[in-house]
Design a protein around this ligand. Structure first.
Ligand code: PXP
Length: 250
């Protein structure tokens, strides 16, 4: 059954990036999480990178305490990170690829090279009561491989779409992957590079039930405040999914 309501999770790494510029205590990602929740965010996403360039281990522990909605922890599929996740017990872990030199997560997980390692991680996380998502390229093949691995959800990488939103092929690949994934029983998430300008067609994709958005919202927050930036995105998503609220007349 396609999702009728779409969740917005705010990625607060970018608040931690600003804090790390001075290695001080502000702006505080925990306070950002509270503001986002008050503004209508359905969950908070944070990415603990192996080089700790933004989110720190203490942030993960702190976020676990303050988040009242839903905690989605993104991390690489390596033993150190899995141990941290299992100890922190977020509601959801999204497994992401990690290459230390990249500025941001530039592609989806490699599901071909070592699927057994990912399957084992999914099983360990599930045994700890944690829902699992795999961050993958938006292709039918990647979705099918994810279903074989046995995760609960896939997050479709929207980076290529975000760089060229006018190219219909980019949106088509997201839609086809979403449709195939939902058909295989996977929950469909999406994220990366989404903004108030390009979010609507992705949001309007019926099967997509969760969006993870960070950079554009924190950037908007510099000018209009974090509460307003989150509320504005939520509003854009609601407008894009009007078909769910009021189906067209027969
Ligand atoms: N989803 C995943 C898995 C990511 O790695 C990121 C970037 O940290 C995002 C979503 C959010 O991307 P952006 O910050 O471009 O909105």
């Amino acid at each position: 059954m396609p999702a009728t309501r779409q969740r917005l999770y705010i990625n607060i790494d970018h608040v931690a990036t600003l804090r790390q510029a001075r290695r001080g205590s502000e702006p505080d990602p925990l306070e950002a999480a509270r503001v986002c929740e008050n503004a209508g965010a359905d969950g908070i996403t944070a990415h603990l990178r192996e080089d700790r360039r933004h989110i720190q281990d203490s942030d993960v522990r702190g976020l676990r305490k303050v988040i009242k909605t839903y905690f989605n922890l993104e991390l690489a599929c390596v033993p150190e990170m899995l141990a941290i996740a299992i100890a922190a017990k977020p509601e959801q872990v999204t497994l992401v690829p990690e290459r230390r030199e990249e500025v941001t997560t530039e592609g989806g997980l490699d599901l071909v090279r070592d699927p057994a390692r990912i399957r084992e991680a999914v099983e360990r996380l599930r045994a700890a009561g944690i829902r699992t998502a795999l961050f993958i390229d938006p292709s039918v093949e990647a979705v099918e491989r994810s279903a074989e691995i046995g995760c609960d959800a896939v997050e479709l990488h929207t980076g290529r779409y975000s760089h060229a939103p006018a190219e219909s092929a980019r949106l088509d690949e997201i839609r086809h992957a979403a449709e195939r994934g939902a058909g295989l029983g996977l929950a469909i998430h999406a994220g990366h590079g989404l903004s108030i300008e390009n979010v609507r067609p992705v949001s309007a994709t019926r099967e997509i039930e969760e969006l993870n958005i960070g950079h554009s919202i924190v950037s908007r927050a510099v000018f209009i405040g974090l509460h307003a930036a989150v509320a504005e995105m939520k509003e854009a998503m609601c407008a894009a999914r009007m078909f769910d609220v009021a189906p067209p007349p027969p």
